[in-house]
Design a protein around this ligand. Structure first.
Ligand SMILES: Nc1ncnc2c1ncn2[C@@H]1O[C@H](COP(=O)(O)OP(=O)(O)O)[C@@H](O)[C@H]1O
Ligand SMILES: O=P(O)(O)OC[C@H](O)CO
Length: 497
């Protein structure tokens, strides 16, 4: 029997899952990760805590699986993307905490880049918008603010990595400094068409190329783990950013196939095959996980506050005690009673890109209850995702393709049936929830297993995908359009506020 160990290093936790050759979960372990907020708008992680928590969960998962170490064929990594680390090549010592993707400290530098007219170049080369979300301005901040960092970088003594690269470095005992195309594409320094680091952008940001890892396909023999760590040396044969890994784990590997992950935020990705389809509707163009030599692409839209609105109901408003209670509260009323909730707590992401927007609850009356607010909060997750999917379908159609015809879902909030049904109703297409919702880790396992020979072809993986439940739209299309129009009006009011 062949097993695969997948590491899923996420923003809020490190997880490790052992899968069998049929893509079933055999064992899993999880450890929370401490979030550090040293200043408003800043978010950091301790690099050693990332590594140790990940290693601990890997050991636990292997122990729980109760399988012989030699039966584990390979290891795959999926990771929170963009989060930026710099470390000393000789000692492996990080020179600073990791700067997390949510961290906004690069914004003044982004404003300078925009003022210098670099937006078109960034968009053309990287498929991204100029934003501090991506790694480039985080690297630059470290070089400018950590004493001695720029000089050390110029001497070639420092290494840059996103979390995949950092874990690979640690797993291989400091022998391998590499990343994959899907992670590189989130740096704002990578030319996604030519598939190489971009010299013009490196020069524009004054970042030395000596910092950068080698870029490979996502399914590739990156190196072998130090045998002392897991009791056996495992070949690391898969790495991808978590959202691209989830797209792969959902078997969305053909143009037009899309998935939405409902976690803290929501990440909607549509595969565009080997075609670099540039968005004209406010989405990002990014490298999809790359199983072979050919580049693969996806359109992506991110919602900053998805399931986090439920956390706010719990912690901010204290109207529920646990996230799992939200569905019952929302179902205590037949509809939102005209209440519209725009959870723009940290601005609005795609397709609006309004960093200045702030949250609002609109349409309150004397009859409004906590149930109406909870229902509006749940609906806001679906409204934001629907706006992304509509933009995506427009991009697909303008590019000569078909609109998205079904949506695969995953993430912590996809357990909410009310949310999933409302999503299907708004979109007018089926929403498919898979049996294995650990799609991020599964994607990493698939990528590793393909390179290690556990599976031979993509079709084998696609046939493993099974729906646990299909949510079919039941809402009248006129009603759905009317609701979307009300949502867009609410967004406009939020932006103006
Ligand atoms: N029953 C539920 N209904 C709606 N949202 C939920 C429910 N259960 C959990 N969530 C939300 O799901 C999110 C956690 O999902 P997860 O995929 O673990 O997130 P992440 O990977 O971003 O840490 C939280 O924001 C939580 O509020
Ligand atoms: O760690 P997650 O699952 O919240 O994902 C974070 C994304 O990769 C950020 O781009």
């Amino acid at each position: 029997m062949s097993f695969i160990l997948a590491l899923d290093q996420g923003t809020s936790s490190s997880r490790s899952i052992v899968f069998d050759g049929a893509g079933r979960v055999v064992a899993q372990a999880q450890r929370e990760l401490r979030q550090r907020f040293p200043q408003p708008g800043w978010v950091e992680h301790d690099p050693m805590e990332i590594w140790r928590s990940q290693l601990d969960t890997a050991r636990q998962a292997l122990a729980q699986a109760g399988i012989a170490a030699r039966d584990v064929k390979t290891l795959g990594i999926a990771n929170q993307r963009e989060t930026t680390l710099l470390w000393e090549r000789t000692t492996g010592r990080p020179i600073h905490h990791a700067i997390v993707w949510q961290d906004r400290r690069g914004e003044p530098l982004c404003a300078q880049l925009r003022a210098r007219g670099l937006e078109a170049l960034v968009s053309e080369r990287t498929g991204l918008v100029v934003d501090s979300y991506f790694s480039a301005t985080k690297i630059r901040w470290l070089l400018d603010n950590v004493p001695g960092a720029r000089e050390a970088a110029q001497r070639g003594e420092l290494a840059f990595g996103t979390v995949d690269t950092w874990l690979l470095w640690q797993l291989t005992g400091g022998r391998v400094h590499a990343t994959d195309a899907s992670n590189a594409s989130r740096s704002m320094l990578y030319d996604i068409a030519r598939q190489r680091w971009d010299e013009d952008l490196l020069a524009a940001l004054d970042i030395p190329a000596s910092l950068l890892p080698q870029v490979h396909a996502s399914s590739h023999h990156f190196g072998d783990t130090d045998a002392a760590l897991l009791g056996v040396s495992l070949p690391v044969c898969g790495m991808a950013g978590d959202q691209q890994a989830a797209l792969f784990g959902q078997a969305c590997v053909a143009p037009g196939m899309a998935k939405n992950t409902y976690g803290t935020g929501c990440f909607l990705l549509m595969h565009t095959g080997n075609r670099l389809l540039r968005s004209r509707n406010g989405l990002l163009c990014t490298a999809a996980a790359q199983p072979g030599a050919a580049a693969q692409y996806a359109l992506e839209g991110s919602v900053f506050v998805g399931g986090a609105v439920v956390q706010w109901l719990r912690d901010g408003l204290q109207s529920i005690r646990a996230s799992s209670e939200v569905q019952a509260l929302a179902e205590s009323v037949p509809d939102s009673g005209g209440v519209m909730f725009v959870p723009a707590f940290t601005g609005l992401g795609a397709p609006y890109w309004r960093a200045d927007a702030r949250g609002a609850i609109l349409g309150l009356t004397r009859g409004s209850t906590a149930g109406h607010v909870a229902r509006a909060a749940i609906e806001s997750i679906a409204f934001q995702s629907a706006a992304l999917l509509q933009a995506m379908s427009r991009d697909a159609q303008e590019g000569g393709g078909a609109p998205v015809s079904e949506l695969r879902v995953d993430g912590g909030a996809c357990v909410n049936d009310l949310l999933m049904q409302f999503q299907a109703d708004l979109l007018g297409i089926p929403v498919l929830r898979p049996r294995v919702t650990e799609t991020t880790a599964l994607g990493a396992a698939y990528l590793a297993g393909l390179a290690a020979g556990v599976w031979q072809v993509l079709d084998e993986l696609a046939s493993q995908w099974q729906a646990e439940r299909v949510f079919t739209p039941t809402m009248d299309r006129d009603r759905a359009q009317e609701l979307m129009a009300r949502w867009e009006r609410a967004v406009r009011q939020t932006v103006a506020a």
